[in-house]
Design a protein around this ligand. Structure first.
Ligand code: SF4
Length: 422
């Protein structure tokens, strides 16, 4: 039988890297990325956005790591994120090291920003020791001035050369866990740069039109660039860079891949927390049972399975329906509002029954039918869980203390070096 979707050229076979469990390149499904717009130090706000992005189709989410508070935020975000987290490092090597301490699944380095070879090699070595891939994120707008001069501007050749130079530093420390992007805001320039990158490297490519702007023109520009390349078989992971709510980026990325027949269409959209020190149930097992039950019914809802009532309903507040576990009970929630509390042994059945009712009656009607006592019961369970397990069941604070120590040591080293050279 003919395969659905447009005729897309055979995918260029690249090396495969694994980013926090998501395979990129080497024939893996093209993945969707997006980036949070919250301050990374705002842990709850960032997690809520990450959950919304995951629900909209993001497989990987990037957060900025531009200051000490952001690195500390990452230490608290990573264990609770439903998708792998990449830290975007700007100018400071210590932020890259702190992000690695925080346990991120990937780093993005811009060769135009982090320029000292010793620092680049140090980050690559640390990433290698921890099995964390790095994206060499070349950007036409922040190309190294030397390359700009040598090539007479941000040409495709200059962008690819920038990536090649960075790869040479990585080579010196035997680090090859890499993906590459050569983004530009000009669509023709970006297309040419990626074609050249695809001929030059066998590393997976991360596609994007940088600073595409607000929709609808931003959507058109990004689609023109990304879709052209995907149709030629180029590209392993994509990001729409829109001046808009990032949920639109994730949704657009997913829709483009579905439109090209590169990802399957979703009926039921199940999201589940990755589970962490707070989990009260076997999240994987429950998610599997929910998936089987709802897929059979062809329920077109976004459904969340969350390991605890402490954070679950808030983190997954974008989901139509969800269940969070707490003290041997299942807390059923609709759009983040607890509507019913049921015994743990009945949680899957209760969730399926509620899904059927939502389809029959609509979300508003089911919200109106909520059990008035459920919110108070959930709050009592939430408090008791915090008392029993402590506020820091993930031991994030230990990691934060480690980050602080390393950053302070780095600062002292810098100070003594400056003193010696001055
Ligand atoms: S167990 Fe709770 S805090 Fe941990 S990831 Fe799941 S919902 Fe978030």
């Amino acid at each position: 039988m003919a395969k659905a979707g447009v005729s897309v050229a055979a995918r260029k076979m690249t090396r495969q890297i694994i980013l926090g469990g998501v395979a990129i390149g080497g024939g893996a499904p093209v993945s969707v990325q997006s980036m949070t717009t919250t301050k990374t130090a705002d842990v709850d706000g960032t997690l809520q956005q990450i959950y919304a992005l995951a629900a909209a189709g993001a497989d990987i989410v990037r957060c900025t790591c531009n200051e000490r508070e952001a690195a500390e935020g990452l230490a608290r975000i990573v264990p609770r994120s439903p998708v792998p987290i990449v830290a975007d490092i700007h100018f400071h090597v210590e932020m890259a090291l702190a992000a690695l301490d925080a346990g991120v699944n990937g780093l993005r380095l811009n060769p135009g920003n982090l320029r000292k070879p010793e620092e680049i090699k140090l980050v690559a070595k640390e990433a290698k020791d921890r099995g964390v891939p790095i994206r060499i994120g070349v950007n036409a707008g922040s190309l190294h001035p030397e390359l700009y001069k040598r090539f007479g501007g941000a040409t495709p050749e200059a962008l690819v050369e920038s990536a090649r130079q960075e790869l040479a530093y990585f080579d010196e420390v035997d680090f090859h866990d890499v993906k590459i992007s050569v983004k530009a805001s000009s669509v023709p320039l970006m297309i040419e740069a990626y074609r050249l990158a695809s001929e030059t490297f066998d590393f997976p490519l991360h596609l994007g039109v940088t600073e595409a702007g607000p929709p609808p023109s931003g959507l058109v520009k990004a689609t023109a660039g990304i879709a052209t390349l995907l149709a030629e078989g180029i590209g392993d992971t994509i990001r729409y860079s829109l001046t808009a709510d990032p949920v639109e980026e994730a949704r657009a990325g997913r829709q483009l891949l579905e439109a090209l027949g590169l990802r399957e269409r979703r009926g039921l959209d199940l999201i589940a927390c990755p589970s962490c020190g707070r989990a009260e149930i076997d999240v994987i097992g429950v998610a599997k049972r929910v998936q089987e039950a709802l897929e059979e019914r062809k329920i077109p809802l976004q459904v969340a399975v969350m390991g605890c009532v402490v954070n679950g309903p808030g983190e997954a507040r974008e989901a139509d329906l969800g269940i969070a576990a707490g003290r041997h009970k299942g807390h059923l929630f609709i759009k983040g509002k607890i509507v019913r509390v049921v015994p743990e042994s009945e949680m899957v059945e209760a969730l399926v029954a509620e899904a059927d009712k939502i389809i029959a009656e609509g979300i508003e009607a089911r919200l109106a039918a909520a059990d008035g006592a459920a919110e108070a019961e959930a709050e009592a369970d939430r408090r008791q869980l915090l008392d029993e397990k402590g506020a820091d069941a993930n031991r994030s604070e230990e990691v934060v203390m480690r980050i602080r120590k390393h950053l302070d040591e780095h600062k002292q080293d810098r100070g003594s070096q400056d003193g010696a050279s001055g």
